[in-house]
Design a protein around this ligand. Structure first.
Ligand code: ATP
Ligand code: MG
Length: 455
């Protein structure tokens, strides 16, 4: 721990039960069970972190974390339904059906030589299992608002770092010296942006200032952690705000280098408009409790990068179909260096991209094949999304919306009836063959060329 953050420690403020609004009825009964059991076992037991913060602002915590002076082994001996996990942080999980109460032993960042601690690179922590006091535990947390302790013994809130006031003022302040705290763990930069967006908090100027300067530290963070953080940023109902905050604080290029590049060179702004619309509609779905998938989300986040890569390959004269696959592969591969998008998501993401040109085809057999494609629905949703900022594909959107509603017989009839029209411009036999030149000339931004390519 840096000298600065230890210096942050002040005389604890104890906010009694009548000085705050946290009521036991808002706390998960399982978390209460854990707190009481630890207490009965003779240990200190606090509700801590995001749950206390969220309860103070009348939010609904998504999980309840507990901090204690019991070691993980001691916690395990108190609960039959307990599992110890983690290497970097050894934690106890107390399991109640689908709910897991995470119980962490007070930890210190200070290394007195007795613990198990490793540092790599420029002050980055790789392992910290040094147990400490509740004060130590408070100062090693990231933001003051995340370092409040609700004590089950007297229902008070204990504040060692000024977090109570900061929650009232709705501001995120880093504990200690911002730059060294970001160097210790660069993911804290994303947490600042994510929590500010989620909670509608401002970021304290001292915590915001280093963000653009230190953004490249994110390239040293574990890609798997960045993927988790992305899910929390973009799949929890505040995707658009998080994205705008990433841009504002200069962090976008560190996470999505090629997307940032494509957005910067897309003068019409169509790519950015499509992306923001995707994030907005994801937020809408979350608000309505509809499912959202990382495949669709990443298809949208990386669409600008894909369009840019595709344009480059097409300009170089690569055959359109080969160019599509190659652009998809390149973008996926480059992005994987930063964010570990699992294959079960990257594959459908690519399919969503690769199906886009097929929406401009009207030949009967192809229409039915596309409708039966397992990724049809996601790809159509993506087409609709593109349509919101690319009016030139409005006709395709309307056709496929209608096609889904019609009975197969009726659809076949109407396709046969319009043979002389657009459908005739496509040749039949091989689904994988590229569209005819005449078609591509007529609709330069449809067909194999996605809308909004850099202009
Ligand atoms: P959310 O509501 O999204 O769960 P949270 O603040 O609870 O937000 P968690 O990831 O659940 O976030 O972490 C729980 C607590 O652990 C935080 O409130 C904070 O005190 C501490 N913490 C988490 N990540 C870090 C970190 N990178 N550095 C320091 N402390 C951290
Ligand atoms: Mg939490």
């Amino acid at each position: 721990m840096t000298e600065n953050s230890t210096a942050f420690l002040r005389t604890p403020r104890i906010v009694p039960r009548d000085g705050h609004g946290i009521s036991r009825k808002d706390i998960s009964p399982n978390a209460l069970r854990v707190l009481y059991r630890l207490r009965e076992g003779g240990f200190a037991a606090f509700l801590v972190g995001g749950a206390v913060r969220d309860l103070l602002i009348c939010g609904h915590p998504k999980d309840f974390d507990v901090a204690t002076d019991a070691t993980p082994e001691q916690v395990k001996s108190l609960f039959r339904n307990c599992r110890l996990i983690g290497r970097r942080f050894r934690l106890a999980h107390v399991i109640y059906g689908r709910e897991i109460i995470e119980v962490a032993t007070f930890r210190a960042n200070e290394d007195d030589g007795s613990g198990d601690r490793e540092t790599v690179g420029e002050g980055r922590l790789s392992r910290d299992n040094v147990y400490g006091t509740v004060e130590d535990d408070a100062v090693r947390r990231d933001f003051t608002a995340n370092a409040l302790y609700y004590a089950i013994e007297d229902f008070s809130v204990r504040d060692y770092v000024g977090g109570f006031e900061d929650v009232q003022a709705r501001v995120l302040k880093l504990i200690g010296d911002p730059e060294s705290r970001y160097r210790e763990d660069p993911v804290r930069m994303l947490r600042a942006v994510r929590l500010a967006s989620k909670l509608d908090f401002s970021i304290d100027p001292a915590a915001a200032e280093p963000l653009p300067r230190l953004s490249e530290l994110l390239s040293g963070a574990a890609p798997a952690r960045l993927f988790d953080e992305c899910l929390k940023m973009f799949m929890a109902g505040h995707a658009e705000k998080s994205f705008l905050a990433l841009e504002r604080h200069g962090l976008l290029a560190a996470l999505f280098p090629e997307t940032a590049k494509a957005l910067a060179t897309n003068r019409s702004g169509a790519l950015r408009a499509t992306l923001l619309q995707a994030l907005r509609s994801t937020d809408g779905r979350v608000a309505e409790d509809k499912p959202v998938t990382p495949a669709f989300l990443f298809a949208a986040l990386l669409w600008p990068a894909y369009c840019r890569e595709l344009a480059v390959l097409q300009k170089a004269g690569v055959d359109p179909l080969a160019a599509q696959q190659r652009a998809a592969d390149r973008v996926t591969l480059h992005q994987a260096e930063r964010i570990a998008l699992p294959r079960r998501f990257s594959q459908p993401m690519q399919e969503i991209w690769l199906l886009q040109p097929r929406f401009s085809q009207r030949q009967r057999k192809r229409v039915f094949r596309l409708l039966a494609h397992p990724r049809f629905r996601a790809a159509f949703d993506f087409l609709e999304l593109r349509g919101s900022s690319s009016p030139e594909i409005a006709e395709d959107v309307a056709f496929w919306r209608e096609a889904q509603l019609q009975s197969p017989e009726h659809l076949a009839e109407s396709l046969d009836g319009s043979r002389a029209g657009a459908s005739e411009s496509h040749h039949d036999p091989d689904i994988s063959s590229p569209p005819r030149k005449r078609r591509r000339r007529r609709r330069p931004s449809g067909g194999s060329q996605p809308t909004g390519t850099p202009d």
